[in-house]
Design a protein around this ligand. Sequence first.
Ligand SMILES: Cc1cc2nc3c(=O)[nH]c(=O)nc-3n(C[C@H](O)[C@H](O)[C@H](O)COP(=O)(O)O)c2cc1C
Length: 164
Amino acid sequence: MDKTDMTEKRVFSLIGEKWMLVAATDKNGKTNAMTASWGGLGVLWGKKVAFVFIRPQRYTKKFVDDADVFSLSFFDDSYKKMLGYMGKVSGRDEDKLAKSGLTVKSVGGAPVFKEASLTLVCRKMYRQTLDEKCFVDESNIGKWYPEKDYHDVYVAEITEEIAG
Ligand SMILES: Cc1cc2nc3c(=O)[nH]c(=O)nc-3n(C[C@H](O)[C@H](O)[C@H](O)COP(=O)(O)O)c2cc1C
């Protein structure tokens, strides 16, 4: 396997298989987080960027929309159960962060978790709701959006990478 292969495989497995937490703090200082496995890392507008896809009904979306920054957090396998919980229950119904046992602090306005093995602090640059008219492969409309609850895509500059 050459180096490029390895890097690509890492990103695919990091997001698609290991999953991540998307977290943000609103203007009142309240934080919420949810599990995500759709998104990516790349380069756009001359910057290192992350992009994530958030459905309209997610409570976390209000927080991401309210804030200028959000974080993406990656964990080792021992936190998989926590990620399953954060991806099943809504912060509307339970104090997920308290129940998760995670330790939160703020870095530049973004919530960061002490337990994460990698954290990306992200500054929002672009948001757009996916448009039904723009699907080139229309099979994804019926497959993923029977309720027409199209994701918003967010593209954000990665301003800090915290390993740890
Ligand atoms: C493995 C996994 C991956 C997920 N990926 C996404 C995603 O990329 N985008 C999204 O909108 N929801 C995703 N979800 C669903 C949310 O995490 C879930 O609805 C969560 O309960 C929302 O919490 P909230 O209402 O507190 O924001 C995923 C759930 C799981 C379990």
